[in-house]
Design a protein around this ligand. Structure first.
Ligand SMILES: C[S@@+](CC[C@H](N)C(=O)[O-])C[C@H]1O[C@@H](n2cnc3c(N)ncnc32)[C@H](O)[C@@H]1O
Length: 274
């Protein structure tokens, strides 16, 4: 990949997805796109760029393939326990004492990857309801930019690696084990709606309003400050008053937003709409 090819592709990807590849990542981008070139029978990265930018219908499909290959989709069930503990505490304090006044709790897992995050939240709420012998109506909406991971989330069949941090009792209760794979039960799946959503698309946010809780973990890390601000400002608008935002443990709202009130929990911070 020449320097010029890298620059035009990097800018194109940034404009469409917010993901910014620094020059040190030239090799990474090249290796992720090489298969696309050979599948399309294209001779250079420049041809690939023109195909994406000016191609007709086929190029629109190629945009989806591009999103699949340039995104990093690492995730797992029960990832980052301190954040989940904070979620549990907040749910117990704010909602189980009737604060949500009978209307279902609305949760958005933005950048959900293959679904482990939203399904973890669904399992946690189902467990809470059972332990406290109450009904907890909730809706979880899970979105991502990669159609490939969304398809996988809909299938909801997971590897041992995905469930490596999942309690044995939870595995037995909510999954069926088949050939070393873990198939999530319908009772959990039915609580999670899976949709395509590009966090760069300003208009798309109107579909995700009145949220009690937004999980936006481990995606801001791929954006520059301008795109982080844009996403976080939208998320603020998408929350109900006093709703919560959780970002990845390596991410911070420092220099990004002052609108949220940071609430400190053991090992983590949750951001509350002021
Ligand atoms: C590392 S995964 C995080 C998964 C999960 N939130 C977690 O923390 O375990 C990052 C996800 O962000 C998605 N992503 C990247 N850019 C995006 C964008 N502009 N809009 C929506 N999703 C995006 C990727 O496709 C990927 O699945």
């Amino acid at each position: 990949m020449t320097k010029e090819e890298f620059t035009v592709l990097r800018d194109f990807i940034y404009e469409k997805t917010g993901i910014y590849f620094t020059e040190t990542k030239t090799y990474l981008l090249e290796s992720r796109l090489t298969n696309r070139l050979s599948e399309l029978g294209l001779g250079s990265f420049e041809d690939y760029y023109y195909h994406l930018k000016y191609g007709a219908d086929k190029a629109r499909n190629e945009l989806a393939r591009l999103y699949d290959v340039i995104t990093t989709n690492e995730t797992s069930f029960f990832r980052n326990p301190p954040q989940l503990d904070a979620f549990k505490i907040i749910m117990q304090k704010s909602y189980m004492n009737g604060a949500s006044a009978g209307s279902p709790i609305r949760i958005w897992s933005a950048a959900c990857s293959t679904g482990e995050e939203p399904y973890t939240l669904a399992i946690m709420l189902m467990e809470m309801a059972e332990i406290h012998r109450v009904s907890i109506p909730f809706n979880i909406i899970a979105t991502d930019i990669s159609s490939k991971v969304l398809e996988s989330a809909r299938k909801a069949v997971f590897s041992q690696y995905s469930v490596r941090n999942t309690d044995e009792a939870i595995k037995r209760k909510y999954f069926t084990e088949e050939n070393s794979m873990y198939k999530l039960k319908e009772s959990v799946k039915k609580n999670v709606k899976i949709d395509f959503m590009n966090l760069m698309d300003d208009d798309a946010y109107r579909l995700y309003r009145q949220m009690d809780f937004i999980f936006c973990r481990n995606v801001l890390i791929y954006f520059d400050e301008k795109m982080k601000k844009k996403v976080v400002d939208h998320m603020y608008e998408c929350l109900k008053p006093r709703g919560f935002l959780t970002i990845g443990h390596a991410e911070s709202l420092h220099n990004i937003s002052r609108a949220f009130k940071p609430l400190v929990f053991p090992g983590t911070i949750a951001y509350q709409k002021g």
